[in-house]
Design a protein around this ligand. Sequence first.
Ligand SMILES: Cc1ncc(COP(=O)(O)O)c(C=O)c1O
Length: 385
Amino acid sequence: MSQIYLDNAATSWPKPESVYRAVEDTMRQVGAPSGRAVYAAAGAANDIVEKTRQSVAGLINASSKNQVVFTANATDALSTAILGLLKPGDHAITSVADHNSILRPLMHLQQTGVITLTIVDCDDTGRVSASDIEKAIDDKTRLVAITHASNVTGTIQPVAAIGDICKKRDVRFLVDAAQSIGHISIDVEQIGCDMLAATGHKGLLGPMGTGVLYLSESIVDHVSPLRFGGTGSQHADATQPTQMPKKFEAGSLNVPAIAGLGEGVKFVHSEVGEAMQQHSDDLMKELREGLTSINGVKIFGPVEETSRTGVISISINGFDSQTAAGILDVEFEIQIRSGFHCAPLMHKRLGTDKDGLIRFSPGPFNTSVDIEFAVGAVAEIAGNA
Ligand SMILES: Cc1ncc(COP(=O)(O)O)c(C=O)c1O
């Protein structure tokens, strides 16, 4: 059996053929920067960027494509949102279930004395309570930043309930959709968020180096860009444009990758893509059921399939996660993610901060045979094959 890739929560692989083709065709045939010149190829590059922007806006129900900004990844989008919004004296709220892409910029602002920070707890399944968020809000609270779905347990957070509270208390709400986009439907209006950060290279099946930040019309004027420079618009002006989306898109965009992302979004939206998402949900169920039957294996996160996205993390009695991952790789050619998944507080909360966890994340191109083999390999390591 050849290598089995079960690390789609890190980055999805393989990609649909159309994604590879779009990247290569754009590099070979367009080869021009977008929005920078009047010759035809520059126009073609611009069309690619704007078409992808429209597709992403449609996917998350943004009021206009101009509310969607291209970033290098979800980390870049989250740093832009957090560092661009918060000001001296502000208070922010996040949770132990969040990824370092939210925790680190917030901790940086806290440690440099710019903001105060409250980190709310989650329950044993990784779920954060909306009422705990509400209790943490005070009159200085400017931002609640929460991960839509945990990259450790897959737990889906009650973002619409948190969005309601934020609206009622006049607090800005940022959602990290890195693990949910492409897996479950996302509607920024229904969630009631002011900003949503997402990655293009996981569930949307696009290339690495792609991400997006959605900003609502009401927040744009309150967020400063992190980067300043050429945008291809208002060339004669030495100050950064204030209009969306150029305000946040200084520097040449990664047009080939954005072309690939456009195809990824198209694929996810297509009948084939939807059937493949159903298939990968079915694989998750098979995986959970298989792992549940192994003595010495503990599964973390929610039990019901509908409360989690495409990741499942386990511990194997007698093995730390790195050792188990090494055996899976070397002896079984199974690629999974071990360790702490850039979510140190979640691991502390789960009591797994010493040995870490083994995370499986199947993708649309995996098969039942892959899952059966992986479950068999874990059973063998656990000693009950
Ligand atoms: C929950 C979560 N947020 C943010 C990120 C960062 O995503 P990116 O790699 O696109 O920066 C990840 C990536 O693993 C993630 O799982």
